[in-house]
Every structure is written in C-alpha cells, then in structure tokens.
Design a binder for this molecule. Structure first.
Ligand code: ZN
Length: 368
C-alpha cells in the first residue's frame, strides 16, 4: 500500500491582504518588496517543486480532492459563519477574525483545503492508502468554529475527523500538533470530548498569547483528553524528540487511538520568522518515524499528516521533503544544505538538560 500526497494548485492561489510579515501596512510600516503575510504560497509550492525535482512526487500517490461539502463543513462550523465567509468571499474578499485575509474565491479555496484533509483521512481509514500527507492551505489548527484566526479559515483536521466519524470509519482519534504555535482551534472543538485526544507541543506564549497552558486538560467528559506541552524558546532536536518519547508516545499508548492525525507545522524549524525553536529537517523526519511506529503498533499504521504553519520559504521544503520521504519509506533524499550548520547551532548540553527536567515534570503532570 502506498503513501498519498494530497495537494492542489488552487490552494497556492489563496491570497492574503496587505501586510509586512504580521504588521498591517500603513503609518511607518514599509511594504515588503515581495510577498506580504508570512503565510505565503511559496513555502508550500517550493516543497512540491522540490519533490518534483528529486523525483519524490513519483514515489507517492499524488491526488487532489473535491471541496469539502457544506454538510461536511457544518459538522464543525455554524451555518452563520459559513454564510458570512461565503458572502464576503463572493463580494471580493476581506478579512474575518484575526489575521485571516482572503481574496475573491477564498471560501472555495478554504473548502478545498479542508477537502484535501477529508480525502486523506478517508483514503487511510478505508485502507485505500497506508498513510497520507495533505498539503492543505489555508491551514486550520487555529480556527474556532465561528472565529477564524492565525491564517486559519476552516478547521481542516477537525472537519476531516468529523467526516470520518460520521461515516463510522474512526472512533478514537489522536491529534498530535507539532506546529510551533498552540493548536487552539482543535483544542476548543474537542475540549469537552473523550473520543478525540488532542496534544499540542508549542512555544509557550507565542500564538495565541493566552492559550496553551499545561493546566488546560479538557472539560466534562473531555477532562484529561487535552494535553498542552508548552516549551520555552530555544528547544532543538534533542528536546523535541524527548517530548515525543516521554509525553506523546506514552499518551498515545494509553489512549489507543484507531487513527493518528499530525498537525504538521514546520515553524519549529531554526529558520522560522514567527518562532524561536531550533528543529531541523532531520528532527521532522525522526518525529515522523516515531509517529509511524506508534501508528503501526496502535492502529494498523493509520497515520495522516496535515500541513499547518511554517514560514521559512527556503527551509520548509527540506523539512517537508524529509517528512514525506520518511512517510513513504522512500530513499529519495533532498540533502539538507544546512544540516551541518544547524548541528553546530543546537542548544548546549546544559540547556538540553534543563529541557529534559522540564519535560520530565510535564510528563508527570500530564500522564498521571
Ligand atoms: Zn504555526
């Protein structure tokens, strides 16, 4: 069985508004010479391009998918929100919520982005594919049911999970979010439920500023089924793998999901302009390998990765390529041109020991 790669050129045509990084233009903010918002199509398009150049595209099953239907979207988003978004999109675009600009037709592109995730989860849970990567854009993990934020206009992963649940193809789902920002949308959507375990690894007090605390464990039936692993800035290869091994792995072993979905942001990489972590392409490959082993042991290998953030146009492609090659068990490599540089710039042993202690404390809090 093969690895699916779900993508669509139209997702690269989603257009943002007038920004310089995350600063609105006006006053003393000079427009950037190229691009605007860091959530630009280039981070994703260059990943697909790199896969074409190395030949990895031909080692995976490349597919597109239809836009997620209104009924599928409404399992997560209220009709009033979808109506408002669609009307504004039809009328030429605009901005809803916080930092979520879109152009004319943005609604359809967001529904397509969700549709790629829906199709990836469907193909894996029906046994059509072994595992899959959805290059969804716009991203989804910040989006609340009625309030888009952080470049996210529809909650792609939640929409995909609800579709699989409604079809009886998944009962217990674990979401592992290694985007460097807190997965506040996914958390909020499943906060009261025990049928979806949500785990978010993130840089503490980055975005959103006021969510992602370790004490936020879920509510009611969902109590204990939300886990936040807030990490200080500066964590690198060793710290991230340790967090996976000592917190994520035992949490998944205890939960026994029948599907694992990874919110795969690449903004914990060392070159990201919106965060301060030190992960490398190798870190992402090794985290993927660990998730595959867990999925093999727990749920017949049912693993879907969905693209989230990641704003280094030059380095995201190498991280993404490493993940997708690992997922496909392919030996087609895109040699990381920065590997040696980043090896030399990893945190020192003292900092790693400090992080190790911190992870130990968090494991004790979260896993008891
Ligand atoms: Zn992010």
């Amino acid at each position: 069985m093969s690895t699916g790669f779900f993508w669509d050129e139209r997702c690269f045509w989603h257009a943002g508004g007038n920004y310089a990084l995350t600063m609105p233009l006006g006053g003393l903010v000079q427009p950037l010479a190229a691009g605007g918002l860091p959530e630009s199509p280039e981070t994703k398009r260059r990943l697909k391009n790199l896969m074409d150049v190395t030949g990895l595209t031909r080692a995976v099953d490349c597919r597109t998918a239809p836009e997620a239907s209104r009924a599928v979207l409404e399992r997560v988003h209220p009709a009033a929100y979808l109506d408002r978004f669609k009307a504004m999109s039809d009328a030429g675009g605009g901005e809803l919520g916080l930092r979520t600009p879109f152009a004319q037709g943005g609604y359809e592109i967001a529904a397509l982005s969700a549709g790629l995730t829906v199709a990836a989860i469907e193909a894996v849970t029906t046994g059509d594919l072994q595992n899959a990567y959805a290059l969804s854009r716009p991203p989804g993990h910040h989006c609340l049911p009625d309030w888009p934020n952080g470049f996210c206009l529809m909650a792609n992963i939640a929409i995909g999970i609800e579709a699989a649940k409604a079809a009886g193809r998944a009962k217990r789902v674990a979401v592992v979010d290694w985007d460097v920002h807190h997965g506040n949308g996914t958390e909020a959507i499943f906060y009261d439920r025990d049928d979806v375990l949500t785990i978010s690894l993130h840089q503490e007090q980055n975005y959103p500023l006021d969510t992602g605390a370790i004490g936020d464990r879920g509510r009611g039936a969902g109590e204990g089924f939300n886990m936040n692993v807030p990490l200080p800035p500066g964590v690198g290869h060793v710290g991230y793998l340790e967090a996976i091994d000592r917190i994520v792995a035992p949490a998944l072993e205890a939960y026994k999901p029948d599907l694992i979905v990874v919110a795969c942001g690449f903004d914990a990489c060392a070159f990201d302009p919106l965060a301060r972590m030190l992960c490398t392409a190798e870190t992402y490959a090794m985290m993927t390998e660990r998730m595959m082993k867990l999925a093999d042991r727990l749920c017949d290998g049912h693993l879907v990765l969905v693209h989230e953030g990641g704003y280094s146009e030059v380095y995201v492609p190498f991280c993404g390529h490493a993940v997708i090659a690992t997922l496909a068990g392919s030996d087609i490599a895109a040699e990381d041109p920065m590997a040696e540089t980043l090896r030399q710039r990893q945190p020192n042993a003292r900092f790693d020991a400090f992080i190790s202690d911190l992870i130990g404390e968090m494991a004790e809090t979260l896993l008891t």
